[in-house]
Design a protein around this ligand. Structure first.
Ligand SMILES: Nc1ncnc2c1ncn2[C@@H]1O[C@H](COP(=O)(O)OP(=O)(O)OP(=O)(O)O)[C@@H](O)[C@H]1O
Ligand SMILES: O=C(O)[C@@H](O)C(=O)CO
Length: 426
């Protein structure tokens, strides 16, 4: 298998978001969970997105995992490696967007990388280095209350500088709007100032097309699905990839089995989607206090599902509003409560699959990562889009137990997302 584009995604929902964008923009794409075992038969593709679960881990650990994935991707021919980060730049001052970008540069022939989380289709735009989420500055958006990495600064040049060894810089919108030569000139100037990672403004898809064309001439870039769109379109328009629009036929084969939704995201979007789901399916709200106190809420959840699931899909959610999350975190710590809840939702997923669930919707990146690991799924084919940033996925290499999944990034999808996703799974 020879590929053109390799990507390392810092979480699993982000990986499926990017795989969806690459597929929609003409690249045959597969999503792997970690570096695949050599025995796993992957289809012929133009792009591989390696999903890692490194968004919230220590920078050294993230760098080590990303470098292994990079080496695997380059070994398969990748001419460019994109580090897929969140479109809301989820990270902390000790975060790894800067360190991973610098490490990827150090093992390639590059000395500067474009960095942009812009993804206009989902309302993420970057102007003068500031990230806007549906028109609100990042630090005024719901991301200010994120359970794991509250975002308190919309100025990404500053955020990136705090994480990085080298200086950060800005390729501003006037340069991007002026086209590829102006972007290259700006990068040249920044390079001279010792900048290794340059935040790039982008408001419209045409800006991302310009950035994609420039990035493709460099070995490494960092960004969200918008930059993926730019790279995919640049590969197709330059004739290096031929535009593929058909989905892999295997995605259309029904899997049957029972269906469920699991939610661990506490985003405003997910909370609204759960409220909407309550109007047409049974929804169990987990008692997270009990879970954290070590009392067994998992068996109760499985028993609850067992009584209802033969009649139709059920949903189980740990998700809660910011004040509830803060209370729990104040008592048990941010990381410990997040980890304990992810472990519980993943254990519930494991039990549900044991009991015949084959169609599963998961909300939340960390939650999806823990669930997919628990289910030991090696890779996914990418199916049709359910909502911007969320494709239907079909497992590869699950030895006759194929499943359909949707891994929904916390902030993505309309209010009826769960019903729409389930209606597309047969
Ligand atoms: N009631 C709760 N109290 C505290 N933490 C919770 C609660 N419910 C879920 N969590 C934790 O909050 C975190 C949510 O992160 P997750 O990545 O799953 O969602 P998200 O950040 O909204 O999604 P994405 O990363 O795709 O944007 C997880 O670690 C989860 O275990
Ligand atoms: O870029 C995004 O917003 C998503 O793909 C994601 O990474 C959320 O976890």
């Amino acid at each position: 298998m020879t590929i053109l584009l390799g990507s390392i995604a810092d979480d699993y929902t982000g990986a499926s978001d990017l795989a969806n964008t690459l597929t929609k923009n003409g690249l045959r794409t597969v999503q792997t969970v970690g570096i695949p075992d050599p025995s796993l038969a992957l289809p012929d593709v133009d792009a591989v997105v390696v999903s890692l679960k490194i968004r919230s881990v220590a920078a050294e650990e993230a760098v080590a995992a990303a470098l292994k994935a990079e080496s695997w991707l380059r070994g398969r021919g990748a001419i460019h490696v994109l580090y897929k980060i969140c479109s809301t730049f989820d990270s902390t001052d000790l975060g790894n967007i800067g360190p991973v970008t610098e490490a990827l540069l150090s093992v390639s022939s590059g000395d500067i990388a474009l960095v942009t989380p812009a993804f206009p289709e989902t309302g993420r735009t970057v102007y003068l280095g500031h990230l806007f989420v549906n028109g609100q500055p990042l630090d005024e958006s719901p991301l200010k209350d994120h359970p794991l990495n509250p975002m308190g600064d919309a100025n990404l040049v500053r955020v990136l500088a705090r994480q990085s060894r080298n200086r950060s810089g800005l390729v501003d919108l006037p340069a991007v709007a002026a086209g590829t030569d102006a972007v290259k000139a700006r990068l040249g100037a920044l390079r001279g100032e010792g900048v290794a990672a340059a935040i790039a403004d982008a408001v419209f898809e045409r800006d991302l097309e310009t950035l994609g064309r420039v990035a493709l001439e460099m070995p490494v870039s960092t960004g969200a699905s918008g930059l993926g769109l730019g790279l995919a379109r640049a590969l197709v328009s330059s004739g290096r990839a031929s535009a593929n629009t058909g989905a892999n036929d295997a995605i259309r084969l029904p899997v049957g089995g029972l269906a469920a939704v699991l939610a661990g995201s506490c985003s405003v979007a997910t909370l609204k989607q759960l409220e909407a789901a309550e109007r047409h399916m049974p929804v169990l709200r987990l008692d997270t206090e009990k879970l954290l106190a070590g009392q067994d809420d998992i068996s109760a959840a499985i028993a609850w599902a067992g009584e209802r699931i033969a009649d139709g899909p059920v949903a189980i959610a740990a998700s809660a509003a910011p004040d509830v999350v803060s209370r729990l975190q104040a008592r048990y710590g941010r990381e410990a409560s997040g980890h304990a809840i992810e472990t519980a939702t993943a254990a519930i997923a494991g039990e549900l699959v044991e009991r015949g669930v084959r169609r599963l919707v998961v909300a939340g990146g960390e939650t999806s990562g823990a669930t997919v690991d628990r289910l030991a799924i090696p890779a996914f084919l990418i199916g049709p889009e359910i909502a911007p940033g969320v494709p239907l996925l079909r497992t590869i290499g699950s030895a006759g137990n194929d499943m359909l999944l949707a891994l929904k990034s916390g902030n993505f999808g309309g209010e009826d997302f769960f019903a729409t996703a389930l209606s597309m799974m047969r």
